[in-house]
Design a protein around this ligand. Structure first.
Ligand code: NCD
Length: 302
């Protein structure tokens, strides 16, 4: 019987076809409904978290997910300083060694290709928790879960991806994931300096996604979007430019059934004045990270 989850490693959103996304959403829904059935799902397993870049939600939700499934956690939140990387060890060598201790490795790294490099060196599943400015597959999956929970589908959606599309890996990954769904329309709303890479737009168009680009929250965007997905400017990756701010006045013109999302952390682009609007879904989105990462761990390691 074919596995419902045929992947050894989880590295990119491009890898997540509809069947994969559906399997993750179904399992996460099951876990949310009956968490008591999963408390021993990974009993006796060891999950390593290896983070070369800062993280709050991703690392803590992965660690909480592993603990809630009965697994143990080993790892470092600052692998750049507290691992042998500082002594010059390559990522590949670190992965080879940690694979001897743990049943899976959750990896965040500054290199776009880190996930692929780690997977080539690893004897255990690698789960990318963010690679460079290109990949953040588990964020895209929890974003898809959040959109699906609200709209009941991932088909026929108009999604405004706003902010830093140049270096924002959450934007790239969500766009790639939605490219597998039917009739996806994406509007990139970015400052002129932070437009999406041409290669991303070409790949999306080749997959049948209708892509538009604009530099402000004009009426078309605001009144058509089913999802307004905000992101911060990735200054640590060299992004520059004045951020586009989603104001309460914009939100008033949004559709009643639209939702506002943000992977967090936020800066000025998403004022706290919006938090009480029923369309603000970013804290629900962050908390969905727990069940979605539990789902990913059970499907990949269980
Ligand atoms: C994002 C990331 O690390 O790419 N954060 C997250 O995982 N929720 C977004 C960001 O840092 O801007």
């Amino acid at each position: 019987m074919p596995s419902i989850f045929p992947h050894t490693h989880l590295l990119t959103a491009a890898q997540c076809d509809r069947a994969t996304v559906d399997a993750v959403i179904a399992r996460a829904t099951e876990i949310a409904r009956t968490p008591e059935r999963f408390t021993r799902a990974l009993a006796g397993r060891i999950i390593a978290t290896l983070f070369y870049e800062p993280s709050t939600r991703t690392r803590l939700s992965f660690e909480a997910a592993a603990l809630r499934l009965g697994a143990h956690i080993i790892g470092t939140e600052n692998a750049a300083a507290f691992s042998s990387a500082i002594k010059g060890e390559t990522l590949e060598d670190s992965i080879r060694v940690i694979g001897g201790y743990a049943d899976a490795i959750v990896l965040r790294h500054g290199d776009d290709a880190a996930g692929e490099r780690a997977a080539r060196a690893s004897v255990v599943p690698i789960i990318s928790a963010g690679s460079g400015s290109a990949h953040h597959v588990t964020q895209a999956l929890l974003d898809a879960f959040t959109i699906h929970a609200h709209h009941g589908t991932l088909d026929n959606l108009t999604v405004a991806l706003c902010g830093d599309a140049l270096h924002g890996r959450t934007i790239a990954s969500l766009a790639e994931l939605l490219a597998h769904e039917d009739n996806t329309r994406i509007i990139f709303v970015t400052p002129p300096t932070l437009r999406a890479p041409r290669a991303l737009i070409s790949a999306l168009r080749r997959s049948g996604v209708v892509c538009h680009e604009t530099t402000c929250f004009d009426d078309d965007v605001i009144s058509q979007a089913d999802v307004v997905y905000m992101t911060r400017t990735q200054r640590e990756r060299g992004s520059r430019g004045t951020a586009l701010i989603l104001t309460p006045a914009h939100v008033r013109r949004m559709r009643r059934d639209a939702i506002i999302m943000h992977p967090l952390p936020r800066t000025d682009e998403l004022p706290a004045a919006i938090d009480h609007d029923p369309r603000a879904h970013y804290f629900t989105q962050a908390s969905n990270g727990l069940v979605v990462r539990m789902a990913i761990l059970t499907l990949l390691v269980g």
